[in-house]
Design a protein around this ligand. Structure first.
Ligand code: NDP
Length: 307
């Protein structure tokens, strides 16, 4: 079985930044990119808030650049997804695509999180063309326009508040007659005049003209069906971290995020580190993911040095 010093799972900003640092520290990292090469960021279009790119950068171009930068220092980047792990003893064993086994002296988990979608075919059709699960990524495109946010938790409230600062009007589509969000977030939403809350409503269809979103068809609990005219449809119904594989060994929080020691990328298993959205329910930005990837690589380097 192949044994590597540092194995990195995930090909998003966290994984590639970890690869850049690990390669430069002579850890000869192997990276498996996972099911979505480039990570969640590639589901958006232009990234305007990653430092260093006045005028923005295409998300796929940004991720290609990170991949090339990691490869230029010798990171071995491969296609494949971890399907089983054994973190019970070092070196750790990771199975890729149910077939290849690889042993790792240190493991950096940067498998990310996925925004939850409603699962409607009409919603899937307009992803990237009016349907988004990231207000801070895509909100800017809806300046002075009308948008809707689905959900009643802190994520939805935060998205609605962010969008209210840009858009003319924001609808919140909430399936119950109460928010799940914290009191402070609720108050902010109630105090924002251009947010209208549509209580007891579920989305039946995202409406579009083939090019982009034009509306949404909603079903109220009393049976009424009605349409709203919107330019953007944002999901705020939570994220699911890709951590299930590690649950038997790693400490996870109540929402399934990997717990790391504050100020580090260390998990409860020595030699296993976590970076990016799989361990961050709060910031979930490309730049914070990249920063935590750097931390993970530096922590892995220190761990191997101290052995
Ligand atoms: P939550 O699980 O807290 O809330 C999800 C919301 O989406 C709920 O209102 C839920 O409705 C609704 N929802 C879920 N599925 C559907 C569906 N299929 N159709 C319509 N609505 C749906 O997720 P969040 O991402 O909001 O928050 C996750 C955690 O992260 C929380 O602990 C939160 O406090 C934290 N967080 C904190 C922030 C902050 O402090 N600034 C910002 C963002 C998140 P229902 O209530 O009916 O189940």
């Amino acid at each position: 079985m192949e044994t590597v010093k540092t194995l990195i799972l995930g090909g998003g900003p966290a994984g590639f930044t970890a690869a850049i640092y690990a390669a430069r520290a002579n850890l000869s990292p192997v990276v498996y990119e996972g099911t979505l090469p480039g990570g969640q960021l590639t589901t958006t279009t232009i990234v305007e808030n990653f430092p260093g790119f006045p005028g923005g950068v295409d998300a796929n171009t940004l991720m290609d650049s990170m991949r090339k930068q990691a490869a230029s220092f010798g990171a071995d980047i491969r296609q494949g997804t971890a399907t089983a792990v054994d973190l019970g003893k070092r070196p750790f064993t990771v199975t890729i695509d149910g077939a290849t086994q690889i042993a790792a002296e240190t493991l950096i988990i940067a498998t990310g999180a996925q925004a939850k979608y409603l699962g409607l075919p009409s919603e899937q059709k307009y992803i990237g063309a009016g349907v988004s699960a990231c207000a801070t990524c895509d909100g800017f495109f809806y300046r002075k326009r009308t948008v809707a946010v689905v959900g009643g938790g802190d994520t939805a409230c935060e998205e609605a508040l962010y969008l209210a600062g840009l858009a003319k009007k924001v609808y919140m589509i909430v399936r119950r007659d109460v928010f799940r969000a914290s009191a402070v977030m609720q108050k902010k939403v109630f105090d924002t005049p251009n947010i209208e809350i549509l209580w007891n409503c579920n989305t039946q269809e995202v409406l579009g003209d083939g090019m982009g979103v034009t509306g949404a068809r909603l079903l109220r609990k009393d049976g009424t069906v009605f349409d709203i005219a919107i330019d953007g449809f944002f999901l705020g119904i939570g994220h699911a971290p890709a951590s299930a594989l590690f649950a038997p060994w790693l400490q996870l929080d109540a929402n399934g995020y990997i717990v790391t020691e504050p100020g580090s990328a260390r998990t409860n298993v020595p030699g296993v580190f976590a970076a990016g959205d799989v361990q961050d329910s709060r910031y979930q930005q490309a730049v914070t993911a990249a920063a935590s990837g750097c931390m993970a690589a530096r922590d892995a380097e220190k761990f191997l040095l101290e052995l």
